[in-house]
Structures are given as structure tokens and as C-alpha cells.
Design a protein around this ligand. Sequence first.
Ligand code: FAD
Ligand code: NAP
Length: 358
Amino acid sequence: MRRAVARHSPTTVNRARHIVNLQTDVDLQPYNTLAVPARAEYYAEVTERGQLPELLQFAREKALPLLVLGGGSNVILKGDFPGLVLHIRLTGKTLVDEDRDYYRLKVAAGENWHALVQYTLEQGYWGLENLSLIPGSVGAAPIQNIGAYGVELKDVFERLEAVDVATGELIEFNKDDCAFGYRDSLFKREGRDRYVIVSVTLRLLRQPHLKVTYPSLREALASVPLEALTPRDVGRAVCAIRQSKLPDPMAIPNVGSFFKNPLVGLDQFMELQMHHPGLVSYPVDARHVKLAAGWLIDRAGWKGVQRGPVAVHSEQALVLTNPGRAPGAKVLALAEEIRHSIAAEYNVDLEAEPRVYP
Ligand code: FAD
Ligand code: NAP
């Protein structure tokens, strides 16, 4: 981790009151894909890095909690947010370096993730194809080390820049600093609420290296001979599969997978397999197995279940939807019912993937 030059100077509360873009009592319903009604006490769109030190200073002086918001596709707003929402809208991408094997692309945190994937595929920078159609921003991608179809952000990650919330300093993190794990990183643990990510640099391949190990992806590509497959084919197939089973948040509000896939020890796995033949599982290491949370929830009878304005998606039981645009508490109540049911049925503890605020 490398600290760059401090970028902020002392600011008075009075001056901060005149911060450009700072608004009060802002409706957050359009800014979260679960379409939960909630309001922000303070809200600012961050379109330039230079706005951050002053906004952070304002939050410190007023002792306001912070919510750094990207596309709002992995947050659940339980109620109004009694603090400052920083909506990251920084844009821009630069090819900072290339060599025999790689392109290094630096991307501002507010860029849309899927638009970036499309851009890289157009340019012939390979490696993001399996991560097509994931909603949200580039700056949020490191938070849970986004992953799909056997590829994770960490596979293409080079470094990121973040502003330290406490000091306003710009800090650079390399891959080891970020401590990426399965849908996990430093920024969900020790680094939680401590940094605003402003850019991410990706290391993309000149020569394709395709990963088509997921059965659904292999099936979708079955008509193309393996040697003729291109990253663009893979990207298109990922988009088609996702469109066929995942609800488009613009039409049916949701936050994608509601629960992480649980990891269990081998003993528990063997016990479960005995009682539940057909259990969907994947080895993780010598001592752990990953269970498909969607399968557990489906088999426990939850697929398509509706509870007033909220529901379990009929095509994918891991996704909870909010067609009635109900408050976050309603969605969380359904999630809690499911969690209890899975604990009772399989003795497995499901952990929510999206973060709950406040
Ligand atoms: P937000 O929801 O705005 O924020 C999420 C968290 O990141 C919050 O804690 C927020 O404070 C923090 N954060 C956001 N931006 C910054 C920043 N610049 N600096 C510091 N902290 C920040 N996820 C996957 O991993 N794989 C998938 O395949 C996938 N598919 C999905 C499909 C659907 C239909 C939906 C709705 C969601 C899916 N997700 C998936 C979850 C989600 O899209 C990702 O986690 C995404 O990275 C969230 O981005 P966002 O900009 O919307 O983050
Ligand atoms: P799927 O292909 O039906 O597979 C079901 C589960 O089995 C997935 O959760 C996946 O784990 C696991 N799996 C399948 N093949 C595997 C393999 N070869 N090796 C290891 N694990 C394997 O899943 P899906 O629901 O349609 O989702 C497809 C991909 O998109 C998955 O990677 C999923 O994580 C991702 N996705 C994520 C979200 C989100 O919000 N986080 C939402 C939608 C889709 P993993 O989940 O660990 O990959």
C-alpha cells in the first residue's frame, strides 16, 4: 500500500455548506436496483476527484455516517440514510501501459461495469468476457471481488486508487493489499467504510485465454468448436444465459444473488449428501466444499414464493425481487424466513451478499 501526497486542506463547516452539488433530503429510490424507498439526509454526486476532500471533511465535521454509492445493485436500504451519500460518477479510461502480453487499462470508479466489458471486447483486450452483464460500477467491483462463470475480478486486477476517508489522502493498493477472497476483500472487512475507490487498473490479455468450465456456459456454446471460440462468443453467451434467468433490475427490482454460496467442511458435506442426493456442490480445497445456495433454497420449496410486494424469483431461487417497490425491511423479512428455513432443513447458515444500510 502506497500513500500519495495529502490532497486536502482544512475547511470550515461554513465553507462546506456551500459545496457544489451537496443536496439535502434526496430520494434514493432511483439509485438502488431493489427500488427501495429511502431518503438521504445529505447527498452529493462526485464527478471529479477534487470534490472528495471537501465532502469528506464536511462529513467528519458533522460526524455523518457515509454511504459510498455506485450503481446501488448490491445494497439494501433498510430505511432513510442519516448521513452523507457520495454517489460516485467519476468517468474516464486510459490505456496506461502495454507490453508483449498485457494491456493495462485504468478506469475511473464511476464507469459502468458492463459498458467497460463491452468496450474491452471491442478493443480486443481480453479477460472480462465471463463478467459480462454484471450491473454496477467499476469502483464497486473490488469490494466483493465480483465473480461469475469461474472468473473473478482478482484474475484481471492490477491495482486501485482510493481516497482515505479519515485523511483525504490518495492511497494505492496492489492485489495483495486488497486481500481478495470469494465475494470478499479487505474493503468488506478491515477496510470497510475507510476508503472511496476512485480508479481501478486492469491487466487484460493480448491473447485470449477462455474459461468455459461452467456447465451452463459450455452448453450455450456447444455448437461452436472449442478451437473456433472467441472471447466475444463467450461474452455473448454469458449475456444470453443471464438474460434468460435473471430479472432485469429495471423491470423487476432486485440485487442479484441474495445469499453467498455457503462453504462447508467435508464431514458436514458427506452428511448432507447422504440425506440429500443430488446436492449441487463444488470442491474448494482439501477441506471445504461450496454448496449452491440457489439449489438449497429451491429444494426447500421457495422458488416463486410471494410475500405481498416481495418474492423469490421464479427462474432463480437465489434472487429475491421487489416488484412492489416495498421498503427494505420487507425484503429482509423474507430473507430471514428463508435463512431460518435453510438452517432448519440443512443445518447450513446462509450469509447475505448485499450490504444492509444504515
Ligand atoms: P453498490 O451497490 O452501489 O455498492 C455496493 C458496495 O460497494 C457498498 O458497500 C458501497 O459502499 C461500496 N462501494 C461502491 N462503490 C464504491 C467506491 N467507489 N468506493 C468504495 N466503496 C464503494 N455480483 C457478482 O459478483 N457477480 C455477478 O454475477 C452479479 N450479478 C448480478 C446480477 C444482478 C441482476 C444484480 C442486480 C446484481 C448482481 N451482482 C453480481 C451484484 C452487484 O452487481 C455487484 O456486487 C456490483 O459490483 C455492485 O456494484 P454497484 O456499483 O451497484 O455497487
Ligand atoms: P449456475 O451456472 O446455475 O451455477 C450454480 C452455482 O454453482 C453457482 O452459484 C456457481 O458458483 C456454482 N458452479 C457452477 N459451475 C461451477 C464450476 N464449474 N465450478 C465451481 N462452481 C460452479 O449459476 P447462476 O446462478 O446461473 O449464475 C451464473 C454465474 O453468475 C455464477 O458464477 C454466479 O455467481 C454469477 N451470478 C452472481 C450474482 C450475484 O449477485 N452475485 C447474480 C447472478 C449470477 P459461483 O456462484 O461461485 O460461481
